[in-house]
Design a protein around this ligand. Sequence first.
Ligand SMILES: CN1c2c(nc(N)[nH]c2=O)NC[C@@H]1CNc1ccc(C(=O)N[C@@H](CCC(=O)N[C@@H](CCC(=O)N[C@@H](CCC(=O)O)C(=O)O)C(=O)O)C(=O)O)cc1
Ligand SMILES: N[C@@H](CCS)C(=O)O
Ligand SMILES: [Zn+2]
Length: 761
Amino acid sequence: MNTTVLGYPRIGGRRELKKATEAYWEGRAGAAELAETAAGLRRETWETLREAGVGLIPSNTFSLYDQMLDTSVMVDAVPDRFRHLRGLDAYFAMARGAEGVAPLEMTKWFDTNYHYIVPEAGPGTRFRLADGARAKPLAEYGEARALGIETRPVLVGPLTYLLLSKPEPGAPDGFRPLDLLDSLVEVYAELLERLAGAGAEWVQLDEPALAADRTPGELAALRRAYDRLAGLPSRPRLLVSTCFGEIGEALPVLAATRVEAIGLDLVAGPGNREALGAIGGIGAKTLVAGVVDGRNVWRADLNAAMAGCASLLGLAAELVVSTSCSLMHVPLDLDAETGPDGGGLDPRLAGRLAFARQKAGEVVLIGRALREGRDAIAGHLTGPAPDGEFVNARVRARLDALGDGTARRDHAERRRAQLDLPPLPTTTIGSFPQTAGVRRARADHRAGRIDDTAYEAVMRTEIDRVLALQEDIGLDVLVHGEPERNDMVQYFAERLDGYAHTVHGWVQSYGSRYVRPPILFGDVSRPEPMTVPWTTYAQSRTTRPVKGMLTGPVTMLAWSFVRTDQPLAETARQVALALREEIRDLEAAGIRVIQVDEPALRELLPLRRAGHAAYLDWAVGAFRLATCGAAASTQIHTHMCYSEFGEIIDAIGALDADVASVEAARSRMELLADLNTAGYRQSIGPGVYDIHSPRVPGVAEMEEALRRALRAVDADRLWVNPDCGLKTRAYGEVEPALRNMVAAARRVRETLEEPGVPRKF
Ligand SMILES: CN1c2c(nc(N)[nH]c2=O)NC[C@@H]1CNc1ccc(C(=O)N[C@@H](CCC(=O)N[C@@H](CCC(=O)N[C@@H](CCC(=O)O)C(=O)O)C(=O)O)C(=O)O)cc1
Ligand SMILES: N[C@@H](CCS)C(=O)O
Ligand SMILES: [Zn+2]
């Protein structure tokens, strides 16, 4: 009975990776320093896992930016536009763009809040093992070995890699990256042979794409890939690891290959257990049983996990106790919270939590209990949490009284009652750059070095500056800039009862950007207004409309660690009620435009179609519960980003917001045609430039984007905005970009009367 984890956080206990990467980008440190920090973090991870007693330790789970990007570089899937760059410059340019070179797209990793860099492939793509013997998995395997630690290199599986790739611009219609599978598999074959030569006994190939619906053709491709790899004469043993749900028809396909082990997520995919039974088990193979939740922070129920593992014993030749997925989706170490510089979590809550290091410990305990008997871990077994510990009867009664009624007045009537704005109104998504001064003031306030009055003065000065800038640029609907928010979810969670917070609990969102997901542990309620003072202050300083800015109920759940003792739908309604109260207070304070951000609406969509309708029903219901109390004269906006919207296109309309701003700059406005087809009739602000890149977009390119949008959307429904908030950018980029955006909108407005340009005012 062995034990393992499928992956581990890479940031370091004091955010060493983030600091080193950003120092490198800013020229404050060289490549050697970055490499040294990275090696130190890898070593720390391996040693931590070894000390915890984990039997099979993974390697190549580290990345300077993203594991998909690492794979693209490893197999030389580097688009031509980056070929003039070398080494780290090319690597980071693919992620972030460079002078005159647009980055690759970035999008959500399955249903997590992690984002990967989307590979591009075309018929001319020639995969090869770019660095040969120095390929990253080989290098990291060798590095661990030199430390005396035997590891299992982890690779993104070839099927998942290609299913997540997109056709390169200009690729012929009908081209699918998966068409390149056979040639990619040959690169994996070479790599596996080299890893075997280096001494690797096992290799883990991650195929999370199997948790989504797959076509017969894709399943055939899976079979072909692993028949080929498993048929190599000289190779390590292969673990095909899956996560994030049930793998359905892929299970018998994998079972029929000659790979030595299959990894199943038994937390997000409880049905995997039944499916295993239905095929009579996996015979001579090893089952890597993902019984410790890699995506949530609750302690494992060790009794249940032991019983679950015991019931699997007859279904495989061997069982390895594991996490359900990589631990990169949870914070590193709970001890950092309860230690001297932690935030002092309520001990009743802390006792129920486990972060990555604690979860590695849980895996080891379960393994020991299965080997030596339950008594061997008796001291670690805890009783169930007391019932009703964090219940709020008032919230429950109010929700019962509200029922399901979520109708708002007719859209046309709302339009008439709402603000009068010029055609193609210009606005932004909410946040402005979080300057060093703003962040310092927040850190000083947190540490007690400045008091509330001094802190508020800094924020007000910042709001004044942001408003003055927007007026000068000529934007139509202004924002206060969100300087007071550390994060769009954490800020609200800190003001809601039922949520707890960490100080060091960072989880990677993308590249060097991290979040500290709050922990939703009890019934949620709003003790007092959360945004009203800042928004009304801003509105008092300008005659133009200021847009209030809230985070929607689905996103509040998606980007938090959420209680599992009641359905998400019920928890979402509690958050929605708090937002509904906030909207009522904003209206009462004279705010006429309110945006309720739902960037994570797509993220929580179940990976399999069978679950979509039920999810969208409660997700849309929660948004409507939050917003439908608003008066007809209040314009409700929503915003979504980082997603392929295809599968939620109907839901965007069903939210019944008056205006939706959506990321489209990177996906080239394809979305608008889809929205039309779906019968979307409200207003739309397709992002006209990509805020994820430091590149300043020109007037002409945004004008062109707007003209393209006007082919799909009438002018009286088109808004002009960037594709997301500006908090990660610097003013040096933001100011010229917004000036160019307003100039582009004006140029298009001037031509609206020309023949052939639809306008319906
Ligand atoms: C819109 N996105 C978001 C997602 N998830 C969220 N929870 N929030 C989001 O906004 N998912 C999808 C997208 C993309 N994701 C991100 C995620 C993260 C960032 C980002 O900028 N992260 C920051 C950290 C933000 C934060 O919490 N800041 C705090 C603490 C800042 C800090 O480190 N302070 C220092 C001292 C400060 C100083 O002196 O300068 C300290 O405490 O040591 C705050 O501002 O108070 C990051 O840096 O990673 C962007 C998009
Ligand atoms: N209002 C938020 C949305 C980000 S998705 C912002 O502007 O940062
Ligand atoms: Zn956004």
